[in-house]
Each structure stands twice: as C-alpha cells, then as structure tokens.
Design a protein around this ligand. Sequence first.
Ligand code: MF3
Ligand code: CO
Ligand code: CO
Length: 281
Amino acid sequence: MLFRNAKARLNRRKLSPDLESEYWKRYRIRLKDHAAVDGIARAGALVVRTLDMIRSRIRPGVTTDILNTLVHEFTLEHGATPAPLGYRGFPKSMCVSVNDEICHGIPGTRVIAEGDIVNVDVTSILDGWYADANRTFLVGEVSPEARRLVQVTAESLAHGMAAVRPGATLGDVGHAIQSHAEAAGYSVVRELVGHGVGHAFHEPPQVNHTGRPGLGIVLVPGMVFTIEPMINQGGLGIKRLDDGWTVVTADGSLSAQFEQTVLVTEKGVRSLTPYSLEEAV
Ligand code: MF3
Ligand code: CO
Ligand code: CO
C-alpha cells in the first residue's frame, strides 16, 4: 500500500514539464487542448439531445429498429455521423441492450415490452470529434428489483465520476464504482471497459470499472475518457451471442449500464455528455 502510493507520487513528479509528450510516449494517451475539448463537447451535447429524444419515444410496442432509425436520422439532421455504423462491421447506428443484454445489442425486430430495462448507447461524430454516452431506460411499470439495479448503476457511474480529479488514479475510479455496486449485492462486468475518446471511437487508456485505490494511471488535466459501468444483478459471467456482438449475462440475470464522456479539468471533472444521473429512474 505504502509502496504503491510512493510509486504514484513518483510518477506524478516525473510527469512535468511536458505532460503531453509524456502521456503520449508512456500510454499513447492524447491529451486534449481547448479546441479538442470544445469539439468533443459539441458532439457530446448532440449525443445527450439524441438520448433525450429517445427517452420521449421509447415505449411498449416500439421495435429496437425504430429506435435505431430515430437515432440515425436525428444524428444526420444535426450534421453528424453515427459512429457505430460500419464500425468493425457493426450494422446499425446505435447499440440497444434489453434486460439480460449487457451491451452491444444490435437493433432489429425485437419489440420493447412493458417492464423492460433498455440501454441505448449513442456515439456521434461531429466535425471529426467523437463523444459517447448511454443510459438505461425503464419502460412503463418496472419491477422494484429492476428499478433498484438501474438506480444503483446510475449511482455507480456518479461515484466513478466523482473520483475524477488531477492526481487521482484510474484505480480510484474503478474502486469507487466497484465498491458501490458490490455493496448493493451486484457484480461488475470485467471484460468490457471504458476508453479514451475524442479523435477516435476507442483510444487509450482502458478504464476499468473495478480497481484498487492509488493504482493505475494518474489522471491529469486534458484526459478525456468514458466511464461506462455494466452492472449485473447476478454473477459477473458473460456470454457473447452468435450475432457476434450482443453480450449477455451468463446466468440470465438483468444488467444495466450508464455511460458518460468525461474531461479531467484542473479542478476535477467535467462531463462532455452531461445529463442528470439523479433523475435516472
Ligand atoms: N458505444 C460503445 C462503447 O461505449 C461501443 C459500441 S461499438 C459498436 O464503447 F460497434 F457496437 F457500436
Ligand atoms: Co464507450
Ligand atoms: Co458507448
């Protein structure tokens, strides 16, 4: 413990004076300047508007493909491009993951039903800048168990974001998420992680949603990455479906997720895809 902290302090001291080249050489992390932050924030504002639009349209009877079309058209109408479309062969413009689906669900003929929990994940490219966010919607009357899972998942992201500040580490962020989710009796998915974002869809670093305080890369101003915990009601095991994309819980239990793109500022954290995690459910 002492050794780890000493090491983190040493890292921090060695970082200046040229953080930008240091983070590039060490981690292949591109720190973002004001112009980059501004571009990502604009893309992020559109992502949030897109999620708001979906919130007003999601209801029992709607197919996931209809939601996809809404996202696709809304994105184009606002001068942006949906990043998922064609990304590593992904066939649609957003991901939609229902109930036991953890992430990367492909929109299709599935009909949304009363009581479902539905994650919609939107990534837009605006003027070349990427922003990535998602949220899990409650459809109609949802069981108390599902509601609690979604609530705790939103809180877990909020705790992770609250741990972001210069000098903190990615391990602090993961620990904040993990301790909150596990205290509620849930498990944190390990295989899928957050990521740097901005110039591209997925950049270094990987952002784990579990971790130990003081370990991992030290956060510095200008880092932009997503935090996107996937929290399972049951065990942490996952399976991938034959469609090559959809990730589901191995035990069939429910899974929820919330994601925002965040910037490390001089003082702490700023979301570049800001929406309220308090009104999540
Ligand atoms: N938006 C997802 C993320 O949060 C990635 C989706 S990749 C896709 O990183 F190809 F499925 F769109
Ligand atoms: Co992401
Ligand atoms: Co995403």
